[in-house]
Design a protein. Structure first.
Length: 89
């Protein structure tokens, strides 16, 4: 069983990106950084096929100047209804 990770403080979000290549993970991070201030990204190998896991913490309190969230992000709802994915705790 995996240890339970602490929840980020209010207004912060931990984002985990899994991509086939480090470049793909970095591109997603660039989009997040365009909208929100963020900590330094941390990357790890994601398996034997050369994939990458990238972790970043974003500050949801303070959007970047002139950044607007796309309409789909503002109105989207989780289809999982707060259930974790099968590979998550």
């Amino acid at each position: 069983m995996r240890p339970v990770e602490p929840m980020p403080s209010a207004g912060m979000a931990e984002v985990r990106i899994v991509a086939a290549s480090p470049e793909a993970a970095r591109r997603v991070t660039e989009v997040l950084r365009h909208c929100f201030p963020a900590t330094e990204q941390r990357s790890y190998p994601a398996g034997h096929d050369g994939g990458t896991r990238l972790h970043i913490t974003v500050d949801m309190h303070t959007p970047e100047p002139n950044a607007t969230a796309p309409p789909w992000l503002v109105t989207s709802k989780s289809a999982a209804r707060d259930r974790p994915h099968p590979d998550e705790v």
